[in-house]
Design a binder for this molecule. Structure first.
Ligand code: NAP
Length: 484
């Protein structure tokens, strides 16, 4: 099944922070893959911009090394890398000063799409936006792409939104949440709204509860000091998990268009009930024989920041009244696994009697690794000996379904950057969504800070703190096993 690649229109893309970690690991290798796929016009240009002194040739060598280090080896063809590098330029620019801006202006072409990727610290977003306008570089058609974190609370997110809005219209601002660029996340919408099977059951009458898990095996490592200022709630829940929650819980939008989808997501966030302290479990990973604890990694022996969080939340609307949504995310857990699981209720009456046991359908949507979906269904155990029931997966692994094209599943960053060039904001967060998400999370954070809440320790490479298991156990439920 050959995937169709539709080339985008000619563009100039400036990557501020083009020599930084994110640009080297994700943005530039992603653009290279789109180039290899034939999606980038030969005339399109990518302009790296940062303060350090480099000429274009040096920048090309930085990018060459990044492609080799961070792309799958089979995609690294010397000839293609060379051709891709020819489309790159470098300008030395200081976001906070006047250096380099006129050089950048001289490089930009008229009559092509102009996009500016802010892959720098958020404290520079306002400076970049202001200079792009004051030096006459960006026009009313230009697009800017901004990275997470988008604020650390409602006040700072409002300020960032305000700083960008002084110079750019909302239709020009692309706030990235790379979870929304994942193939499965978009497939979730295709499955929900492209089939008649699921939507009639997608409500509290048939769904017992929903679990969203984003588990990592890595600790905070060298990012400890940075991470300690945010914690799992700010770093993961307020953005990635909330976005997944919105997509799973939203009403069908009238069209697959940016504002129709984002209006529905916003309604979900606004319908979230306030969470009480007994609906939250916070944890910190402990040391192992060979590895440091969270507190050692963070450099603060008395840190109260959480590396794990589990939450129970409810959505006050007709569709979801009474259905709990359980969210959890953490570092140094037993496996790297992200999934959304829709746990359906038991059939209302079992014709097979008590001894057949309980069998409920589960739709699990795996985001990583092995993107795909599985529907657990109940069938008869094969062979003689009466009616014994077993659960089997109806599996739709993208790798199998798409055969050799599975390797070509586009990385989230690649897809999102191409969406920017196409001018499609559907998979980007709108300013009011981000603010609404902070408005929901801020009181939770304030309340545990006021109480002086201390996170519970959990064993590294376990499923997380005991209390998280208890939270569901008390309600006769269990977390799904975290496994790859
Ligand atoms: P980084 O490795 O520290 O890179 C920062 C880049 O910005 C460098 O190219 C740096 O080059 C440039 N820069 C710094 N000050 C500048 C200035 N005054 N004017 C112009 N350029 C300047 O940071 P990063 O990890 O790539 O992160 C970039 C952004 O992405 C941040 O907002 C981060 O939160 C977000 N993000 C990163 C990741 C990730 O995995 N790295 C993931 C999600 C989000 P010079 O020093 O030469 O100027």
């Amino acid at each position: 099944m050959a995937s169709r690649v539709i080339p985008v229109d000619d563009f100039d893309l400036v990557i501020f922070g083009g020599t930084g970690d994110l640009a080297r690991r994700k943005i530039l290798p992603g653009l290279y893959r789109r180039f290899c796929a034939g999606q980038m016009p030969e005339t399109a240009r990518i302009i790296g911009a940062a303060r350090s002194e480099h000429d274009t040739e040096e920048f090309r060598q930085i990018v060459r090394a990044a492609i080799i280090e961070f792309s799958a080896t089979h995609t690294c063809d010397e000839g293609q890398i060379g051709a891709f590098l020819k489309q790159l330029e470098y300008v030395q620019v200081d976001a906070r000063g006047d250096q380099g801006w006129t050089d950048l202006k001289a490089l930009m072409r008229d009559g092509v799409i102009k996009s500016y990727y802010f892959s720098v610290a958020p404290s520079l977003f306002g400076d970049l936006a202001e200079r792009l306008m004051s030096f006459g570089i960006a026009d009313r058609e230009a697009r800017i792409v901004v990275e997470k974190p988008f604020g650390r609370d409602l006040g700072s997110a409002r300020k960032l939104n305000g700083d960008l809005a002084k110079h750019f219209d909302e239709t020009q601002i692309y706030r990235i949440d790379h979870y929304l660029g994942k193939e499965t996340v978009q497939n979730l919408m295709a499955v929900r709204f492209g089939n008649i099977l699921f939507e009639p059951l997608w409500n509290s009458q048939y769904v017992d509860h929903i679990q969203i898990t984003v588990a990592e095996t890595v600790g905070v490592g060298g990012r400890g000091e940075y991470y300690d200022k945010s914690g799992a709630m700010r770093d993961m829940v307020q953005n990635h998990l909330m976005q997944l929650l919105c997509l799973i819980a939203m009403e069908p939008p009238s069209r697959f268009d940016p504002d129709a989808v984002r209006d529905e997501k916003l309604k979900v966030i606004r319908a979230l009930e306030p969470v009480e302290h007994h609906d939250i479990v916070r944890g910190q990973y402990d040391s192992t024989e060979d590895e440091p604890s969270y507190r050692e990694d963070s450099g603060d022996p008395r840190s109260h920041t959480e590396s794990f969080i589990a939450l129970r939340c409810k959505i006050s609307n007709w569709r979801w009244a009474g259905t709990p949504f359980y969210l959890r995310t953490g570092k140094k857990l037993k496996a790297r696994a992200s999934e959304i699981a829709v746990m359906f209720k038991d059939a209302p009456h079992s014709i097979f009697g008590e001894e057949a046991g309980r069998h409920a359908n589960v739709l699990s949507i795996r985001l990583q690794p092995n993107e795909g979906m599985t529907l657990k269904v109940t069938i008869k155990e094969p062979g003689p000996g009466g009616m014994r029931l077993i659960d089997v997966p109806l599996d739709m692994s993208f790798a199998e379904a798409l055969g050799e094209d599975a390797e070509e599943i586009t990385d989230a960053y690649e897809r999102l950057i191409m969406d920017v060039i196409r001018g499609n904001q559907t998979l980007f967060m709108r300013g009011d969504e981000v603010e609404a998400a902070w408005a929901w999370t801020d009181p939770l954070i304030e309340s545990w800070e006021k109480r002086g809440d201390v996170p519970q320790l959990y064993d590294a490479y376990s499923s997380g703190p005991e209390d998280a298991a208890m939270m569901l156990h008390q309600e006769g439920r269990r977390w799904r096993e975290i496994k790859e």
